[in-house]
Design a protein around this ligand. Structure first.
Ligand code: G3H
Ligand code: 13P
Ligand code: ZN
Length: 325
């Protein structure tokens, strides 16, 4: 077993100060997922250029894909790179959807500054017990922990039993008090992936801001997290379909609803799918227009540039995190 590394040695920060400032000033910190070098470069460049703090999210799948040791060094590389450019911004390295104590511990021991333990699918008491165990281990190392209550809908669940998935505001005080988590992900109608709702008559469903308000009333000043918050930007869906893809009916959360959420106690907004769509759209375009191209830099490079633009737009126009550093 390799020795424990503190996130402080690597130059990351936990989410405490980030969320304190976001709460005070009515914006949300972006939490962007990455799996590879181009996504990581784009996220950091966009956040440096827009002067935004950032939470770099690593899922279990990303860790398996990229290799946990390499990932840690990629994270460290980001900090060193920012120091040489002279434009550092606060970066948290965060485990997204951790599903076991062992996974959370492994991330904490290898230098993550923040972890999510997602016990939302478990019976309530089991969720409390697992989350509490992770918090106890994490807090001894000053690592912050995100828990979750309520289950985000996939499209099938959304259709079959819509209501039961939302967070029950009656549970939140007890959960936070007993687990001592630092932030709480709640379910108010967002969902993961590129097919979030069935849109009937062109009308998008509203997020349940009434549940959010009730949670805020029960937990004043406590940081709330929104998962499944990609907007599924239609210009990229159109590009994907134009250049040989097949993504009919893909829709996400309207940007104005996210702007409204960001002004509330929502301090962290998770976005993964929008980045995937941008990359796919640009790579498809290059392949369609230049079928003889075979240098990965010639298609991943343009994808990376478009990603920078998209992430900057999010920080500036949706989350309100630009200019906060
Ligand atoms: O919420 C899930 C994230 O989008 C990560 O997805 O598990 O496919 O890496 P993944
Ligand atoms: P999206 O699929 O909407 O991008 O959600 C990402 C997410 O919640 C990561 O945890
Ligand atoms: Zn998520």
């Amino acid at each position: 077993m390799s020795k424990e590394v503190s996130f402080k040695e690597l130059g990351f920060v936990n989410t405490k100060e980030m969320f304190r400032d976001a709460m005070k000033n009515g914006y949300a910190v972006p939490a962007y997922n990455f799996n590879n070098m181009e996504q990581l470069q784009a996220i950091i460049t966009a956040c440096q250029e827009s002067r935004s703090p950032v939470i770099l999210q690593v899922s279990k799948g990303a860790r398996d894909y990229a290799n946990p040791v390499l990932l840690r060094w990629m994270g460290r590389g980001v900090i060193e790179m920012m120091n040489t450019t002279g434009k550092p911004v606060p970066v948290a390295l965060h485990l997204d959807h951790g599903d076991s104590f062992e996974l959370a511990k492994s991330c904490i021991d290898s230098g993550f500054s923040s972890v999510m333990i997602d016990g939302s699918h478990l019976p309530y008491e089991e969720n409390v017990a697992l989350t509490k165990k992770v918090v106890e281990y994490a807090h001894k190392r000053d690592v912050t922990v995100e828990g979750e209550l309520g289950v985000l809908a996939g499209i099938e669940e959304h259709v079959s039993s819509e209501k039961s998935h939302y967070t029950n505001p009656d549970d939140v005080e007890d959960f936070v008090k007993r687990t001592n988590v630092d932030s709480l992900a709640i379910s108010i109608g967002t969902s993961h992936g590129a097919y979030k709702f069935k849109v009937s008559d062109g009308v998008m469903p509203e997020l349940r801001f009434d549940i959010l308000s009730e949670v805020e009333r029960r937990l004043p000043g406590f940081p709330i997290v929104l998962h499944g918050a990609s907007s599924v930007l239609q210009e990229y869906i159109a590009m994907i379909n134009r250049y040989g893809g097949k993504m009919e009916g893909a829709v996400g959360i309207p940007e104005e609803q996210l702007r409204r959420a960001a002004k509330s106690a929502v301090c962290k907004i998770n976005i993964d799918s929008d980045g995937r769509l941008v990359m796919t759209a640009v790579v498809r375009k290059v392949f369609a227009e230049k079928p003889a191209e075979f240098d990965p830099r010639k298609y991943l490079g343009p994808a990376r540039s478009e990603l920078v633009k998209m992430y900057k737009d999010k920080n500036e126009k949706v989350l309100g995190s630009a200019g906060r550093v």
